[in-house]
Write a protein that binds this ligand. Structure first.
Ligand SMILES: [Zn+2]
Ligand SMILES: [Zn+2]
Ligand SMILES: [Zn+2]
Ligand SMILES: [Zn+2]
Length: 146
C-alpha cells in the first residue's frame, strides 16, 4: 500500500543554485589614472599635465612645487604672463599659496597678481585689503619693486 514514489526528494532548481554564485564585479578603478606612457624625445619635449599632449618644453610652464608642466592655456594662465612666470618659482593653481605667508589656507581670499600670477591673501597684501578687489590687482613685487 502506498509505495513511496521514486524521486520524491526535493530537487534544487538550477535557478536557486545560481543565486549562490557570488556576482563578480571586476573593479576597473585601477584604470582611472591612465597616464599615457610617453617616450620623451630628447630633453626638449614634455607632457602637459592637463591635456597630456607632448609639446616642446619651452612652450609650457612648470610648477616649482609639484613640477607639473602644462600649456599656459591649460594652466589657466594668460599668454602674456608666461615670460614672467618662467622668471621665478611659479606655482600651479593646485599648489599656489600666498607669497607673503606661504600658506594655502583661505584659498577664496588669495588674490592672483594680474602681472605675475603670484598669489597673496587679501589680509597679507600691502596695503591690506578688506575684500577682493574688483579690478586688476598687482602684487607688491610688480607694483613697486622696492
Ligand atoms: Zn595642455
Ligand atoms: Zn603644482
Ligand atoms: Zn598670506
Ligand atoms: Zn605680481
Amino acid at each position: 500500500m502506498n509505495p513511496p514514489t521514486p524521486f520524491s526528494f526535493p530537487v534544487r532548481t538550477s535557478s536557486s543554485l545560481s543565486l549562490q554564485i557570488p556576482q563578480l564585479t571586476p573593479s576597473r578603478s585601477v584604470q582611472k589614472f591612465n597616464k599615457p606612457e610617453v617616450t620623451l624625445q630628447g630633453q626638449t619635449d614634455a607632457v602637459c599635465s592637463q591635456c597630456h599632449n607632448v609639446t616642446s618644453k619651452d612652450a609650457m610652464v612648470e610648477c616649482a612645487k609639484c613640477h607639473n608642466q602644462g600649456h599656459p592655456s591649460c594652466m589657466d594662465l594668460p599668454d602674456e604672463l608666461v615670460d614672467k612666470v618662467k622668471s621665478y618659482q611659479w606655482q600651479c593653481f593646485a599648489c599656489k599659496g600666498c607669497m607673503v605667508c606661504g600658506k594655502q589656507t583661505d584659498e577664496p581670499l588669495i588674490l592672483l597678481c594680474d602681472q605675475c600670477d603670484r598669489g597673496c591673501h587679501t589680509y597679507c597684501a600691502t596695503p591690506k585689503l578688506d575684500a577682493l578687489p574688483s579690478g586688476l590687482w598687482a602684487c607688491s613685487i610688480c607694483k613697486g619693486g622696492n
